[in-house]
Design a protein around this ligand. Structure first.
Ligand code: VGL
Ligand code: ZN
Length: 209
């Protein structure tokens, strides 16, 4: 049984200058690079949308980015076009040590439904295969970091806990969108209340990994 590092959506479009930039999103890259060598297994998720994905505001005439609407009965925040399959913005962050990544899990590929969690789409209709991969690997504790703390990291951690994986959030390894100020803090509290442990990358490395 080995512990797994799960890197959530550390992609160019979520870094400063990207299409859906997360403030200070670039600060998680060196932290990921320090942690990667400490784990036997590193899994990275990648937001991976078709160009006409229905989470994109431009697919909804009369609506603007960051408005909330509904698609097929599921609440949908409308986002700027981001992480289009095979685009530079969808690539892993340029400075990320991608050679250290063992498995990649892609999500948000179905035009009609978004997927914040790396485990399930937002309607919990389809699994991405991550839970199965983790069980096949006989994964121990899951250590999660990446972008964005208050969107994809949050839903990934909540699903990981619901799937029964012992989960630790690397608190300095996340940054949030903060569409409303305080969203990131609230997201961290929500993850903790659901059973996530919180640890700094420094404490993790000091523990002798
Ligand atoms: C994300 C918004 C839309 C994320 C993905 O990775 O947090 N946020 N798609
Ligand atoms: Zn997305």
């Amino acid at each position: 049984m080995s512990d797994v590092l799960l890197l959530v959506d550390i992609q160019n479009d979520f870094l400063p200058g990207g299409a859906l930039a997360v403030p200070e999103g670039d600060t998680v890259v060196p932290i990921a690079n320090r942690l990667i060598p400490a784990f036997d297994t590193v899994i990275a998720s990648q937001d991976w949308h078709p160009a006409n994905h229905l989470s994109f505001a431009e697919q909804h005439p009369g609506h603007q980015a960051f408005e909330v609407t509904e698609v097929d009965g599921v609440e949908q925040i409308l986002w700027p076009v981001h992480c289009v399959q095979n685009s530079a913005g969808a690539s892993f962050a340029s400075g990320l040590d991608i050679a250290g990544i063992d498995h990649v899990v892609r999500k948000g590929e179905d035009r009609r439904i978004d997927s914040y969690s790396a485990f399930y789409d937002n309607g919990h209709r389809k699994a991405t295969g991550l839970a199965e991969t983790l069980r096949d690997l006989d994964a121990g504790r899951l250590f999660v970091m990446g972008l964005a703390a208050d969107v994809c990291v949050k839903y990934t951690v909540l699903d990981a806990l619901a799937e029964g994986f012992a989960t630790t959030l690397i608190v300095d390894g996340v940054r949030g969108v903060d569409m409303t100020p305080g969203d990131t803090e609230t997201a961290i509290e929500t993850m903790q209340a659901a059973g996530a442990a919180c640890l700094t990358s420094e404490a993790l490395l000091d523990s002798g990994r």
